[in-house]
Design a protein around this ligand. Structure first.
Ligand SMILES: *Cc1c(COP(=O)(O)O)cnc(C)c1O
Length: 413
């Protein structure tokens, strides 16, 4: 057991002037500027234009869906997805708890009530058993919503965390059994595949994000994708202030300003050209980390370290957007994810705990939750490691040397 406190570890490691290694930073392919400059040349500086159409076609053909609406954010896409599923006050939406808050916030925007669902240990995503338990329980005993007691469950929001496909066969079987549509949060999973189908194309509608740290980026942006033409056309309509066809501004629906600009769509078109390469690079990162940590585990008799990874089940192919490990201090001589994070931070290397589950967030803690402690345990023990597709061999050398120092501090010889 190491006797060093996190503060002491920081003291030992700090004081060096090293450039920052980010968790996941933008990585341009080269043609983005050409598309952007084309937008300038043609003066298509608007929230519509040829790049928006082109980017939508690229997204649809890549994911194998018939229709895509390019939007200003993944959050906006989730919001419109819920709106299109007719989610409103008095309705309930079942949402994965272990996720970024953007999966849950739009449920509140629509005045509906989120009910949070635990994760399973394989993929860290929505546990199908806890999902069905929630449905059965709510159908039997209505829950309190902001419009009184209700058992109207209108949508299921599973997430493919860090790119790993959720157990969609099981989730879709439950969706079919109870007639509740799936809005698939694939914000982190562009390029991931489940049983031969792209993530984002598995639910009734899918959400993508192109925020700055995602596998490809338009600096900010998102998309709603589906085979349902009517829904995607409606999404475009709502996203441009719900303008009715008329010479004047006429509105028979509430509108939103959620469309993607033609300039950002130009960045997106350039990024789509390198997406397959980015997936390979991220998967390469995962492999490097796996081999690195395996080395520590292989010397088990000596050190007794154990690190956990997100499993990639048969039939699943993760884009490995972020490589994450779990570290149980009790199984690792007291080494915790927080000690590791602080030691890396002292070396100017960014690592981050997993998403804090929504049912533990101060804002959401009073909403119902179904399941056990899996999401909470993953949060307590999980750490996201630097995973950019632009990490250099030198960056990895620095990361592994820092990890060597911190892990060997905790090794029992
Ligand atoms: C990034 C992200 C979103 C939101 O996307 P934005 O484009 O940032 O609005 C939603 N869900 C998950 C799981 C995400 O990681």
């Amino acid at each position: 057991m190491s006797t060093k406190s996190p503060e002491e570890i920081i003291k030992i490691h700090s004081g060096k002037d090293l450039s920052k290694i980010w968790l996941s930073s933008p990585h341009m392919g080269g043609n983005e500027q050409k598309y952007v400059s084309d937008a300038f040349t043609s003066n298509w500086i608007a929230p519509l234009g040829p790049h928006v159409n082109g980017f939508e076609e690229d997204l649809a053909s890549f994911t194998g869906v018939s229709h895509a609406a390019a939007l200003s954010s993944g959050t906006g896409a989730l919001h419109l997805g819920l709106l299109l599923l007719d989610v409103g006050p008095g309705d309930i939406v079942l949402c994965q708890s272990l996720t970024f808050s953007a999966s849950a916030n739009p449920i509140i925007y629509q005045g509906a009530t989120p009910v949070f669902i635990d994760s399973e240990m394989d993929t860290w995503n929505m546990d199908p058993e806890a999902l069905e338990e929630a449905i059965i329980s709510i159908q039997k005993i209505p829950i309190q919503t902001n419009s009184g007691l209700s058992s109207k469950i209108k949508a299921i929001v599973p997430v493919h965390l860090y790119g790993m496909p959720a157990k969609m066969n099981e989730i879709k079987a439950i969706s079919n059994k109870y007639g509740i549509p799936v809005l698939e949060d694939a914000a982190e999973a562009l390029g991931s595949v489940y049983n031969g189908k792209a993530c984002g194309s598995l639910g009734d509608m899918g959400v993508l994000s192109f925020n700055g740290n995602k596998i490809i980026t338009t600096s900010g942006g998102g998309a709603l994708i589906s085979d349902d033409k009517e829904k995607i056309e409606k999404a475009r309509f709502y996203a441009t202030q719900s303008r009715d066809p008329a010479p004047h501004y006429q509105h028979s629906h509430l509108g939103f300003n959620y469309r993607m600009s033609n300039i950002l769509a130009g960045i997106g078109r350039g990024q789509m050209e390198v997406l397959p390469e980015r997936v390979n690079q991220r998967r390469g990162n995962f492999k490097r980390y796996q081999q690195y940590f395996d080395k520590w585990q292989a010397s088990a008799g000596l050190f007794n370290f154990h690190f956990g990874f997100q499993n990639e089940p048969e039939g699943s192919y993760s884009n490995r957007w972020l490589t994450c490990i779990t570290i149980d201090p009790q199984a690792n001589n007291g080494l915790s994810r927080e000690v590791m994070r602080l030691a890396l931070e002292a070396e100017n290397i960014e690592a981050r705990p997993l998403w804090k589950p929504m049912h533990l967030q101060p804002y959401f803690k009073n909403y119902p939750y179904y399941g056990g402690n899996t999401a909470e345990n993953l949060f307590d023990s999980g750490l996201c490691l630097p995973s950019g597709s632009n990490l250099s061999p030198l960056d990895f050398k620095r990361i592994f040397e820092s990890l060597d120092t911190i892990i060997s501090d905790f090794a029992t010889k």
